[in-house]
Design a protein around this ligand. Structure first.
Ligand code: C5P
Length: 243
C-alpha cells in the first residue's frame, strides 16, 4: 500500500481541482498556491485542452498530480494508460470500477510493472464507483442496477480491492460506510467539499472539510480556484481540516 505515512498533514490531504481551460491559468493557480497547497487534480477539461504539459507544469513547480481521467476500456488499453500515467509521474490516477475486475487488475498491474521498470514511485490507483450524478432511480432505470447506491458502491469497492486497487472516489456521505466496510488502509478521496457558509455551485451532496475528515484526501475546486485570493481560501480550508 503506497499511501505514504507522512500523508497525515492537512496540506498532504488537500487536492486542488485545476478545472481550467489553459496552461497559463493552471500555472497561475499553482503559483498562487505555492507554499499552501501542493497537490492538484488534473481532469478531462485541462488534459483535453493541453495534454501532458499540464502535468509537467505542476510537477515543474514542485506539485504532485492526481490524474483524474477515469479510464474505462478493455484491460489491455487501460494497462497501457496506467503505464503512461506512471511515466508522467502522477501520484494518483483513477479508473471506472464498472470496467470490471479484469480491467482494474490490468490497471493495477500496469502501474506496478511500469513503476518497477522505470524506477518511479507507484501511483495510487483509485476506483470511481457510482458517479454522484446518479441516484437510485437512474441506477435502476438506466443501468438496471437493482441495489441502493450505497450497496452498489460497497459492492464495487470490494471488487476494486480484490483487483488490487488502493481506494476509491467517494461522496462525503459515503465515507463512513466505506471506511467501515473497507478498513483503515483503503484510501478514500472525497470531492464535494465546501467550507461552512460557502457557495455550493452545482454540487448537491456536499460536506464541510471537518465533516469530510474521515476521508484520506479532500478534493476542492471552485471554493479555492474561484476565490479572489486562492491561497487565503486554501489556508482557511486547511485550518478547518486541522480543527
Ligand atoms: O469545484 P468543485 O470543488 O465542485 O470541484 C470538484 C471536483 O471534483 C471537480 O473536478 C469534479 O469533476 C470532481 N468530482 C466531483 N464529484 C465526483 C467526482 C469528481 O465533484 N463524484
Amino acid at each position: 500500500m503506497p499511501r505514504a505515512p507522512e500523508d497525515r498533514l492537512p496540506a498532504d490531504r488537500l487536492i486542488v481541482a485545476l478545472d481550467v481551460d489553459s496552461l497559463d491559468r493552471a500555472a497561475a493557480l499553482v503559483d498562487a498556491l505555492h507554499g499552501t497547497a501542493r497537490r492538484f487534480k488534473i481532469g478531462s477539461q485541462l488534459f483535453t485542452a493541453v495534454g501532458p504539459a499540464a502535468v509537467e507544469a505542476v510537477r515543474k513547480r514542485g506539485g504532485e498530480v492526481f490524474l483524474d481521467l477515469k479510464f474505462h476500456d478493455i484491460p489491455n488499453t487501460v494497462e497501457g494508460a496506467a503505464r503512461e500515467a506512471v511515466r508522467l509521474g502522477v501520484f494518483m490516477f483513477n479508473v471506472h470500477a464498472s470496467g470490471g475486475r479484469a480491467m482494474m487488475r490490468a490497471a493495477a498491474h500496469g502501474a506496478r510493472e511500469a513503476s518497477q521498470t522505470l524506477s518511479l514511485p507507484r501511483p495510487l490507483v483509485l476506483a470511481v464507483t457510482v458517479l454522484t450524478s446518479f441516484d437510485r432511480q437512474a441506477l435502476a432505470s438506466e443501468l438496471r442496477v437493482a441495489s441502493s447506491v450505497e450497496g452498489h458502491v460497497l459492492h464495487l469497492c470490494g471488487l476494486a480491492q480484490e483487483a488490487g486497487l488502493d481506494g476509491n472516489v467517494a461522496s462525503p456521505h459515503e465515507i463512513a460506510a466505506i471506511r467501515r466496510a473497507m478498513g483503515p488502509r483503503w484510501a478514500i478521496v472525497t470531492p464535494g467539499v465546501r467550507p461552512a457558509g460557502s457557495e455550493t455551485n452545482d454540487q448537491s451532496r456536499i460536506a464541510t472539510p471537518r465533516a469530510a475528515a474521515g476521508a484520506d484526501y479532500l478534493v476542492v475546486g471552485r471554493p479555492i480556484t474561484a476565490a479572489a485570493d486562492p491561497a487565503k481560501a486554501a489556508a482557511a480550508i486547511l485550518e478547518e481540516m486541522r480543527a
